[in-house]
Design a protein around this ligand. Structure first.
Ligand code: C2E
Ligand code: CA
Ligand code: CA
Ligand code: CA
Length: 278
């Protein structure tokens, strides 16, 4: 029994230290990734419900980690937030998006780009000045720069969050509430938030074809948003059935694999320049 116990201990201690080592490696690599230019933006189109035109794209970050391949954001954004790297990383994302918008504009493609903002970025004191500077430097029409924030930004200091959102609105930036409906305070805050749009969370969209109550809820949220003067984007649209149901609910914009997965810049450029629409 004693022997067994010792073996078990050495097994756990070995696997623990392996996990700890991997975590340290990950941290180390993530800290170096920005300077090493290992991040890349992928772009996923958003499509107008009315005529199929592309209304813009969402920029989604990927990490080309050496010897590990392409790492999706869910696997490093939370760590970047913990390590305090998110502000610098997010700043790179915003500048890269502005640069890409300017590049597309110079080829005659006026495309809005949406970037995702972490709560720490929104509350960072230099964000507003920085965004103003980038809009100027890249000659961006401010409304073409979209920023997506989640309701978690309201957890810490709601008044401060609203103040920062208002300052971005004052610059002319277009604002969306991302993953709408997943935070418990959505409805209560919606009226007070200086935003232009909501993005219905994919978890709703997945169920609207199979669950009538979920569909009712979705229709209700869309009607409410419209009453408040807000546009509605459905994320994670994967089937034509979902598209039809959402069209019936007068949802304004679709985003999802039914239209396209997120693409590297070359493929996105090709997609954007292809003729389409009604
Ligand atoms: P999100 O902002 O809700 O982005 C939508 C996610 O859903 C993306 O995953 C996208 O690839 C995926 N998606 C889009 N359409 C479909 C679909 O039809 N079916 C399915 N199954 N998935 C779909 P991705 O790119 O892995 O990003 C995950 C999350 O990482 C994002 O969720 C966002 O919260 C975060 N993120 C991505 N880029 C950034 C960034 O630059 N900064 C920050 N702070 N967060 C980011
Ligand atoms: Ca988003
Ligand atoms: Ca989302
Ligand atoms: Ca999400």
């Amino acid at each position: 029994a004693k022997e067994q116990g010792r073996n078990r201990w050495s097994f756990y201690s070995h696997s623990l230290s392996k996990a700890a080592t991997e975590r340290l490696d990950l941290e180390h690599d993530l800290r170096a990734a920005l300077t090493a230019q290992q991040f890349e933006l992928y772009y996923q189109p958003k499509v107008a419900a009315s005529d199929g035109r592309i209304t813009g794209v969402e920029a989604l970050i990927r990490w080309n980690r050496p010897d590990h391949g392409l790492i999706p954001p869910d696997r490093f954004i939370p760590l970047a937030e913990q390590l305090g790297l998110i502000v610098e990383m997010g700043d790179w994302v915003i500048e890269q998006a502005c640069r890409q918008m300017a590049a597309w504009a110079s080829e005659g493609m006026l495309v809005s780009i949406a970037v995702n903002l972490s709560p720490a970025q929104l509350s960072h004191p230099s964000l507003i000045d920085r965004v103003a500077t980038l809009i100027k430097a890249y000659s961006i029409r401010p409304g073409m720069l979209h920023m997506e924030v989640t309701e978690s930004m309201m957890l810490n200091d709601p008044e401060e969050a609203i103040k920062h959102l208002q300052a971005l609105r004052d610059l002319g930036v277009t604002l969306s509430i991302d993953d709408f409906g997943t935070g418990y305070s959505s409805m209560a805050y919606l009226k007070r938030l200086p935003v232009n749009k909501i993005k219905l969370d994919r978890s709703f969209i997945q169920q609207i074809a199979s669950d009538p109550r979920e569909a009712d809820l979705c229709a209700g949220i869309i009607a409410l948003a419209h009453k408040l003067g807000l546009g509605v984007v459905a994320e994670g649209v994967e089937t034509q059935e979902q598209q039809q149901i959402l069209t019936g609910m007068e949802c304004d914009v679709f985003q999802g694999y039914l239209f396209s997965k997120p693409m590297q810049v070359a493929a996105a450029t090709e997609y954007l320049s292809a003729p389409r629409g009604a």
